[in-house]
Design a binder for this molecule. Structure first.
Ligand code: GLY
Ligand code: MN
Length: 484
């Protein structure tokens, strides 16, 4: 992990030195500006989540860093994306998020006071940090733009705020402390390791995200809506993609433009896989052609400004019509997904939808004479069919694409679905191009259909229903949009 996010980054070899006279001139002649930052709509919901953390860890200091910039190359960073747990507990919004912020729960007699340590604006008064404004290309406002003042951050998030440079004092003393480690080098150095079990904190924070509240569901609805719109954009660009040597990049770029336009960006790197590339589950190189006659597997998600993400896959006949063999594979994946969706309801086990989808796939492959073991499709040995599917048929979705990843098995894979769970159902078939156990006509076909669902009090709602799923409808949609 890159731990250098907090360090100032001075001028580079190609920058001109700042003379004393220029430095002095930076200290005067500036007008006060007012950002008028609105309170984030998620602030009250985040306050409830903080109350849950406080209840769970009475008498302990809890420290949740946002993390900082991560280097992409030399003196350029990736766009800043705060740690998911930090976002969940603050409802911080994309473009406003300030690197190296730290949320501290300080125990009191009754519970905790919560303080957010963060950066204010770059001072221009010639004080100890006075050169940051023009000489720190990482944090200086001349380089990266205006930040909120501490008071503006307090207003935006509904939190008490303190300057980051008072963090050291705040974390001193022998109060029992748990930290989300590995995100902030200064925090890690200030809190001795193993004062308290930190896995327990990570697990709690992950499980706190299992059931989404109404605000989170609204954010996910928006993120999935933007994702669906990006898929429509891609279908319109299919003719252009087929004319280019690296058509997959055109597909990727088309989706990514929609993601940046409507949201903060991508929930994960876009998978634009034409032809046999679709047999790689996470094909992100996207450097191949898109040919008429190919099926294109697009697996992509827009991360909204709230940092919640969509995650949708469609396998699209580039010409507008599946070939016979493509249609046969699509029909089987469609049937598997339909069976999986039918198994999603409150009270069902999380594993049920995967098992329902896998049963359909195993029986389908069996009926094609594709039997990787002598056992029937319904025995545990049907696991061997995973030669053609490999991954599970879905996952929790939220701030992370693969959300709640530190939840305990008994509460996730082995748990029971309840209202507010948001998950994907995404069975697939991947016939590797070099797989000698299958007929030649199947080799090099990869297909996945993925939709996003929220479990409701009496069933399930599909958030991605703005995209066709049935093969006839996918063909009609592709044909209509590619000629639009
Ligand atoms: N959409 C990528 C994945 O679920 O693994
Ligand atoms: Mn997925």
């Amino acid at each position: 992990m890159d731990r250098r996010g907090d360090e100032p980054r001075g001028l580079s070899s190609h920058d001109r030195a700042v003379s004393a006279a220029l430095a002095a001139s930076f200290q005067e002649g500036w007008q006060d500006t007012d950002l008028k930052v609105p309170r984030t709509s998620g602030a009250d919901y985040a306050a409830r989540r903080r109350a849950a953390v406080s209840d769970r860890f009475p008498g302990e200091r809890i420290v949740i860093p946002s993390g900082g910039f991560k280097i992409r190359s030399n003196d350029f960073d990736y766009p800043f994306r705060p740690h998911t747990a930090f976002v969940h507990l603050t409802a911080e919004q994309a473009a406003d998020a300030i690197p190296d912020s730290v949320l501290v729960f300080e125990p009191t007699g009754q519970g905790h006071t919560v303080l957010l340590f963060t950066r204010g604006r770059s001072p221009r008064d010639g004080g100890p940090n006075g050169a940051e404004f023009y000489s720190d290309r990482r944090h200086g406002e001349f380089w990266i733009g205006r930040r909120r003042t501490l008071a503006e951050t307090a207003d935006a998030l509904g939190l008490e705020v303190a300057p980051r440079d008072t963090l050291e004092r705040a974390l001193a003393g022998d109060t029992p402390t748990r930290v989300l480690r590995g995100e902030d080098a200064l925090v890690d150095s200030l809190v001795p390791e193993n004062t308290r079990d930190e896995t327990e904190l990570r697990t709690f924070l992950s499980e706190l995200r299992l059931v989404k509240d109404e605000w989170e569901i609204a954010q996910l609805r928006a993120a999935v809506g933007f994702t669906v719109a990006g898929f429509h954009d891609v279908a319109r660009e299919l003719p252009r993609a087929t004319a280019l040597a690296r058509g997959e990049r055109w597909i990727e770029g088309t989706f990514n433009r929609a993601a940046r336009l409507e949201g903060y960006g991508l929930g994960f790197e876009t998978i634009a896989a034409a032809g046999a590339h679709a047999c790689a589950l996470h094909w992100m190189r996207n450097d191949g052609p898109v040919r008429e006659g190919d099926a294109l597997l697009l697996d992509a998600g827009v991360e909204a400004d709230s940092f919640y993400t969509g995650d949708v896959s469609r396998t699209i006949p580039v010409s507008g019509r599946f070939t016979d063999v493509q249609r046969r594979v699509y029909d089987l994946v469609f049937a598997a997904q339909s069976a999986g969706i039918a198994a999603v309801r409150p009270g069902a086990r999380f594993g049920d939808f995967h098992e329902a989808a896998m049963r359909v796939i195993a029986e389908g492959l069996d009926s094609w004479g594709l039997r990787p073991s002598a056992d029937s499709a319904t025995t545990p040995a049907a696991d061997r069919y995973r030669r053609y599917t490999l991954c599970g048929s879905g996952h929790m979705l939220g701030l992370d694409c693969h959300d709640c990843a530190s939840a305990r098995t008994e509460n996730y894979l082995g748990g029971v679905l309840e209202p507010g769970h948001v998950l994907t159902v995404e069975p697939g078939l991947y016939f590797q191009p070099d797989d000698l156990t299958i007929p030649e006509e199947l080799r090099g076909i990869g297909m996945r259909i993925e939709d996003d669902f929220v479990v409701t009090a009496d069933g399930v709602e599909c958030l991605s229903s703005g995209l066709p799923r049935h093969p006839d409808e996918v063909e009609a949609w592709t044909t209509a949009l590619r000629s639009a």
